[in-house]
Design a binder for this molecule. Structure first.
Ligand code: BG6
Length: 512
């Protein structure tokens, strides 16, 4: 993990006419340019099947910046110079002969702009094409360069361990592991990258970060959207493959990992892999005791009527695909033995929030009790989205009273300060890739272990070994998800800054 100057390079962007490029990648590239983080000489070559001219491509990029960008290219007088770096080539991705056009364009661009041949091949395309495109890049000699070459690929990386392994073999026959940047965009989020800093740069967390002091960990990633236009994809993936196999498990590893010996990429990734190795795997028959799956039904969200999942377009009206998963995970190592990690993710939930809450154990002897006979536990919340920051819940004396304690928040909201406009995850990840830092990308052993954990769960789902609970759109998921915690004596804490009223949670001095 380091910060090196970016060398002059070319981004060859496959899927240049697609949604990801439009929503995320062009705005990210332009933001880096606007912030002066790209070298003076760089170029972007858009590649897709459509027969576009350079002008059409540039118009498309300009529209994308207007609609989705953090900065306005035109207002800042930067558009002309930026547009000059963009060109487009139409390629039939499965036809090796058609790559010759790309090779010519790339060679000319590198000569014209005096680029040393450093090349990023970004595949923002359907994963079924990753193998073919890698082979075609090789056979058309696009990888023969004096500079470095890197491959960036998007999820889903396979749909189970076997398919992921096959895909990996294909890519590895062309690229070395160090040249492959597997994107998990959660790892590009400001507060996810901040987890290791919060943990390892503050002396008071590490001594408490274990099963002696932590009662449970709760990781929520809730969304208000349904499946939108993605019914076809989602039907085959469901929340388990779409969110748990990657984003949710990545957050678990960041919270649970041991401090790395040094802040270098492989040392950090090694520690993450160890967490995945210690993650308890459930047999297909055990899944029902640890995992809740749900599917949204009709309901109300923000005062509007919402359709059920089975009524969405592209969805089989008898589908059993899950749109919600919550689970109780255990990491069977010395630090975490016995501490449940509760995770939950779903579509059509009451609000959009990604948040990690650490609940600390209660004190060995309680001197203060509330009406329920307890003292409110201390909570540390790492807020990832939409608020970015950290929040502690402590107990303190209620001012002006004689014997009353009340929970108080210590709240640091990083993006509440005016003027702070955190870079988008893609901006950070692209920058990391261009500087050759793969810390926040997933290594093959992480991906493979994540699949090995998920595979028995998906088998239990598809064989109906777990109940598919319906939940109303606009709710926090099935009741069974709440019960999973109450059975353990816990409950889901509210997320997204929606603190509960502290009335009734007050505690009282108890004098012996
Ligand atoms: C993607 C999933 O990886 O993450 C989507 O495919 C999901 O289904 C998205 O909506 C959530 O990302 P974020 O950054 O909005 O929390």
């Amino acid at each position: 993990m380091h910060s090196s100057p970016i060398e002059p390079s070319t981004i060859v962007l496959f899927g240049a006419t697609g949604d990801l490029a439009k929503r995320k990648l062009y705005p990210a590239i332009f933001s880096l340019y606007q912030r002066g983080l790209l070298p003076a000489s760089f170029s972007v070559i858009g590649v897709a099947r459509k027969d576009w001219s350079n002008e059409t491509f540039r118009d498309h990029v300009l529209h994308s910046l207007k609609e989705f960008g953090r900065f306005s290219a035109e207002k800042q007088g930067l558009w002309e110079a930026f547009a000059d770096k963009l060109s487009y080539v139409s390629v039939d991705l499965q036809n090796a002969a058609s790559y010759i056009k790309l090779k010519n364009e790339l060679t000319e661009t590198e000569q014209r702009s005096q680029l040393p041949g450093n090349r990023v091949f970004y595949l923002a395309i359907s994963p079924e094409l990753f193998g073919d495109v890698s082979n075609n890049l090789k056979s058309s000699e696009l990888l023969e360069t004096n500079g470095w070459k890197r491959l960036v690929i998007e999820k889903p990386f396979g749909h189970d361990y076997q398919s992921a392994n096959e895909l990996n073999d294909k890519i590895r026959s062309v690229f070395r592991e160090e040249e492959i940047y597997r994107i998990d965009h959660y790892l590009g989020k400001e507060m996810i990258q901040n987890i290791e800093v919060i943990r390892f740069a503050n002396s008071f967390f590490e001594p408490l970060w274990n099963n002696n002091h932590i009662a449970n960990v709760q990781i929520t990633s809730s969304e208000t959207v349904g499946v939108e236009e993605r019914g076809g994809y989602y039907e085959k993936s469901g929340a388990l493959r779409d969110m748990v196999q990657n984003h949710m498990l990545q957050m678990v590893t960041m919270i649970a990992m041991e401090p790395p010996s040094r802040l270098v990429t492989e040392a950090i990734r090694d520690e993450k892999v160890k967490v995945l190795r210690s993650l308890r795997r459930f047999s297909e028959d055990e899944v029902k005791d640890y995992v809740i799956r749900g599917q949204y039904d009709r309901g109300q969200l923000a005062g509007k009527d919402m359709a059920g999942y089975l009524e969405e377009s592209g969805v089989n009206p008898h589908s059993t695909t899950e749109t919600f998963v919550s689970a109780k995970l255990y990491i069977d190592n010395f630090r975490w033995a016995g501490v449940p990690f509760y995770i939950r993710t779903g579509k059509r939930m009451p609000n959009k929030a990604t948040e990690i809450i650490i609940q600390f154990k209660t004190l060995p002897k309680n001197l203060y009790f509330n009406k329920q006979g307890n003292l409110e536990p201390n909570l540390l919340s790492i807020r990832i989205h939409p608020q970015e920051g950290i929040y502690f819940k402590l107990n303190a004396k209620k001012p002006g009273t004689d014997g009353i304690l009340s929970p108080i928040p210590l709240d640091f909201c990083q993006n509440c300060e005016t003027g702070i406009n955190s870079p988008e995850a893609y901006e950070r990840l692209l920058h990391n890739c261009l500087e050759g830092d793969s810390t926040f990308f997933t290594r093959w052993d992480e991906v493979s272990l994540a699949w090995k954990f998920v595979d028995p769960i998906s088998a239990a789902f598809s064989q109906g070994k777990t109940e598919l609970h319906r939940y109303a759109a606009g709710s926090w998921g099935p009741e069974a998800s709440a019960q999973m915690l109450t059975q353990d004596g816990f409950r889901w804490w509210p997320v997204n800054g929606q603190e509960e009223s502290t009335a009734g949670n007050e505690s009282y001095f108890v004098r012996a």
